[in-house]
Write a new protein. Structure first.
Length: 726
């Protein structure tokens, strides 16, 4: 291995997700700059580096020095320290202050800033506030480097460094040194493997109970991510044994009995629950309490009769006609009449069957009855749509529950319930177990809960089968809307959606939209058997053929079943960005370059920013100097620092799962046989029902047929229906 020492002159490129860097350094008195490549974090231009690695030859760029490890060489002389602080590398220290600090602490200056920053107050002109600013700036600059170095020294991939830093902040190094298995609990993306590598490197025994416990919790979190509320005990023990065993023979001394001992210990400490009824099911404690809590609350509500004046059919018809100018069908009238008699009720049906009309009518009737109604939906997009169609204020369930991100709690709960008479939840199929638990816990037991949704859509992203379990329990009265209204029957989108739901081949137009200046129809199938041709066709459609009818970037949404592959979200986003956004500069993160004007999507709930998983916005501004990307979400500007950019992705194309709860003017759907692991009827149905005016399927007839014929819904392990029946 070769060692180089030099001054960092220019950072040509740096990936903010894993800190892969291309840079130029000056070594000694040579005039030529050397190109270096590798993972480097916490370095800035002007610093002196010690690099260890080897020379490689790049086919295009020639000789490069590939870094295996590096150190920042801080100057040791007072003159060097003073020059370093004056350079602006540590924000908050100018020329005069640098001189004063070095004059006071001399060669110990860096040691004081690093280990005893409170002593900076000994310098004239530095008070509490200034000392904290300098300490924060120093740690911000050096903490990334420390974490990266720690991971590199232990043979761990640096890919998760940014996630670890974001989660633990200044405690990142301390946590990894003293509680490495916390990573398996707190950062599932890093998971057990990263935590285990660190812990074993630090000398933990292979059969240490804490190691086995960490693996069990990590596996339960993985099952939760796949939508399961519980896992069977024997399957969990076997999976744990396999996971530890595949760690390069690192299962020495670990057998099934020791895993069961660890499982019982976790059950005793209430980190997980082994169901007492059959002792075969294992839950994370919060999921067990949530499912049981949902059932108990619903049964408590159902035990109370509905009180108050119930208006008759004539009054209902008159009120709806006068307020909404709507004539109810006999089916709708029957559903409304019976729903008013229920404490908890489910209303379900496909597109065009009048769910929205029913919600509007119910709101009008409850207003006449002087009942206070609250409307909610799982996502911001669904809440906005609910508000638009009803003309009444609707909010996300998290906002209504007054979620507090500081302590991960909801201010609305059983001791501080909602002030309402009726709570109507739209898109209820998207509500997972934990959210439904917090919702029903905050409902007065004397209130009415109405769940409206389409059970044939994809299930919630979070764990559980809440709406399906409630229906299947037969404890809660469920009304099925089956009649497709005349106006809906005229829509090829709605009629084809119902055909797909029934496993029938939709009626397809094969000609390309807008060819020969013909008027747009609503539903097309453009056959392309090669994935690269699918991408080419979609690019042409979005940039030219349908852009005249739908010119705004928000109006057209491309959907695809998968992230990987030629016709996956990753590749399609890059191709569409090339044709739809001609800006040449941007900021790079996790393989994407974000540019002003890009359509982007937020990937996980961030309550501090008030942005939620699946929200789509437009990049409004980029400040490369400060590393800030500003995104416009429906008129609200949200800023992201470089380390937060993993919460964003390009959204010219999104997965069908991410589109739930949304509607778009035009939807273009990629379907290839390469998508076969996810080609399911409910996925295709969900994709098509996102469109209001235009659907274009692009792909192979074989892939379409595969999706139609696959009506097998992924089995999720949950017990809410059982709890409700007991």
């Amino acid at each position: 291995m070769i060692t180089l020492k030099g001054s960092l002159k220019k950072i040509t490129y740096q990936n903010s997700d894993n800190y892969y860097t291309v840079a130029r350094i000056k070594v000694g008195k040579t005039n030529d700059l050397i190109t270096i490549v590798g993972h480097m974090a916490g370095v800035v231009e002007g610093e002196t580096l010690e690099l260890k690695g080897n020379w490689v030859t790049h086919q295009k760029y020639g000789d490069q020095f590939k870094i295996e490890s590096f150190n920042i060489l801080l100057p040791a002389t007072t003159a060097g320290i003073k020059a370093y602080l004056e350079s602006g590398i540590i924000k908050g220290i100018g020329k005069d202050l640098a001189n004063a600090i070095v004059k006071r602490f001399e060669e110990k200056t860096f040691d004081i800033i690093e280990n005893e920053p409170i002593r900076l107050k000994e310098v004239n002109g530095i008070g509490n506030t200034k000392a904290k600013i300098i300490e924060k700036a120093w740690n911000k600059h050096h903490s990334v480097r420390r974490v990266m170095q720690f991971l590199q020294d232990r043979g761990v991939s640096v890919f998760h460094a940014s996630k670890i830093l974001i989660f633990y902040g200044s405690d990142a190094l301390k946590t990894m040194k003293h509680e490495p298995y916390a990573l398996a609990r707190d950062i599932p993306e890093a998971g057990f493997i990263v935590a285990d590598t660190i812990a074993l490197n630090q000398g933990i025994a292979k059969d240490d109970p804490e190691r086995i416990k960490a693996c069990l919790i990590y596996l339960l979190l993985s099952f939760e991510k796949d939508g399961h509320v519980f896992v069977f005990k024997e399957a969990l023990i076997e999976k744990c044994f396999q996971t530890i065993g595949t760690r390069s023979g690192l299962s020495d001394g670990v057998d099934h009995d020791k895993i069961e001992e660890a499982l019982l210990a976790l059950n005793k400490s209430k980190e997980l629950v082994i169901d007492e009824r059959e002792k075969t099911s294992v839950y994370l404690n919060r999921l067990y309490m949530a499912e049981k809590g949902i059932a108990l609350r619903i049964k408590a509500m159902l035990s109370l009769p509905v009180s108050g004046n119930i208006i008759d059919d004539d009054e209902i018809i008159e009120e709806v006609a006068s307020r909404l100018a709507i004539e109810l069908s006999l089916n709708q009238l029957e559903v409304i009449t019976n729903a008013l008699k229920q404490r908890v009720v489910v209303i379900t049906g496909g597109p065009g069957t009048g769910k929205t009309t029913l919600v509007r009518a119910l709101c009008a009737i409850f207003k006449k009855m002087k009942r206070k109604v609250v409307l909610g939906a799982p996502t911001g997009r669904a809440a906005r749509r609910l508000s638009e169609v009803t003309g009444q204020k609707a909010k996300t369930l998290h906002k209504l529950l007054e979620y507090d991100p500081d302590d991960n709690s909801f201010r609305k709960n059983h001791s501080n319930p909602f002030d309402l008479d009726v709570f109507i939840v739209d898109e209820a199929s998207m509500v997972d177990t934990m959210l439904m638990y917090h919702l029903v816990a905050a409902l007065p037991v004397t209130s009415v809960l109405m769940l409206v949704g389409d059970t044939f859509q994809l299930p919630s992203v979070g764990p559980g089968n809440v709406l399906s379990d409630i229906i299947n329990s037969r404890v809660v009265k469920t009304f099925y809307l089956t009649e497709i209204f005349r106006q809906a029957k005229e829509s090829p989108i709605i009629m084809n959606a119902h055909a797909i739901r029934n496993g029938e081949m939709p009626e397809l137009l094969n000609e390309s939209p807008n060819e020969n200046n013909q008027a747009l129809s609503e539903f097309y199938f453009l056959e392309n058997n090669l994935p690269e041709k699918v991408v080419e066709t979609i690019s042409l459609l979005c940039s030219k053929r349908i852009k005249q009818a739908f010119p705004h970037i928000d109006e057209i949404q491309v959907l695809t079943p998968m992230h990987k592959g030629e016709a996956g979200t990753i590749n399609l986003n890059q191709k569409l960005q090339q044709v739809l956004n001609k800006n040449t500069t941007g900021i790079e993160s996790h393989g994407f370059i974000f540019k002003v004007g890009d359509k982007v999507m937020h990937l996980k709930n961030n309550y501090e920013k008030d942005v939620f998983n699946g929200d789509i916005g437009i990049v409004y501004e980029i400040d490369k100097t400060e590393g800030i990307v500003s995104v416009d979400y429906y008129g609200t500007i949200v800023d992201y620092e470089v380390l937060e950019l993993d919460q964003l992705t390009l959204a010219y194309t999104i997965s069908v799962h991410k589109s739930q709860g949304s509607e778009y003017s035009a939807v273009v759907i990629a379907l290839t046989t390469n998508h076969f692991p996810l080609l399911q009827r409910n996925l295709l149905y969900t994709a098509i029902t996102r469109a209001k005016h235009l659907v274009i399927l692009v792909g192979s007839k074989k892939a379409l047929t595969m999706a139609l014929n696959n009506n097998k819904i992924d089995l999720r392990l949950s017990t809410l229906a059982t709890w409700l029946k007991e």
